[in-house]
Design a protein around this ligand. Sequence first.
Ligand SMILES: [Zn+2]
Length: 367
Amino acid sequence: MIPLETLRAAPKVLLHDHLDGGLRPATVVDLARDIGYAGLPTTDAAELGRWFHASAASGSLSLYLRGFAHTIAVMQTEEALERVAYECGEDLARDGIVYAEVRYAPVFHTERGLNLEQVVQAVEKGFARAEHERGIAMRQIICAMRDRTDSLEMAELAVANRERGVVGFDIAGEEAGHPPKAHIEAFQLCRRENFSITIHAGEAFGPPSIWQALQYCGAHRIGHGVRLVEDMAISNGKVVKLGPLAAYVRDKRIPLELCPSSNVDTGAVPTLAEHPIRHFLAQSFRVTVNTDNRLMSHVTLSEELQRLSHAFGLTLAEVERLSINAMKSAFVGYDERVAIIYARVLRLVRHDSSLSSTHPPCVLTSY
Ligand SMILES: [Zn+2]
């Protein structure tokens, strides 16, 4: 198993992390007190942290989502949003992450009078401060919700704020009964505006949801996508054939934002050892590893990677490959991606040869 300290020191990239799923428990308690929110199950920070995880790990997506009522309830002022955004950047930087795209649904933060623009700007302020003080590059992805009817407005908000660090548009929430193509106008707007799209798909629902996300909605990345494994023939624990959709995803190098611990918590996958990520890696998919909701899954990216090294022997060379994969799949411009890969992601490798034996010169064109 790779030591946690080694994983923390390795430069990492995070593409799928929810702002409202990553608060520090002590911050939730503080903000609830400030705002006069009395709905928390406890005001003891350590106990609250345990409550979030126990609630999330109950094996169903709807129970998993229960904790968000509390985090969202306390993220209703500009100060609160800025603080949460800043602390998010601080926590990720401490974990050795050099670039992160963090997503949230602005519409959830307007319960106490903020407008959508104010929400985006408050988050931007927190991210900018983290970037300035902690040296981590932070970008926003704006989510629409599958069960709502305002996805077009959210897409417009995302595109209108591309100069404020919003780099992508996503659709999140319960998959069953809410196919992505119901929000086709929002995706068409993003495509007309040359804007990047990622879609939560293939988590609670199978390959048809991934297929729609790609072929109807024009997704550039897939959030989760773990159930793409259902389009693969597996014999004796090994993939023997890819179905047409799985082959398309692999061959077109469509990034999968896999979130292993979150999948175990929601019951999408029984245990980490059984997680299909090993098949995706073996078949050379463009795999990235992500935390999804650090508070709910009680996990950091370094811990997530350590769990994978424990569960099926993920190596440090593979960790490096995952970071490069993620940076190559980021929604910032190609020039920034290349600059971050060479200046940050490969930095430790150049300075510390014990961290990795692989340092391919053609890193940007490989896998
Ligand atoms: Zn997610």
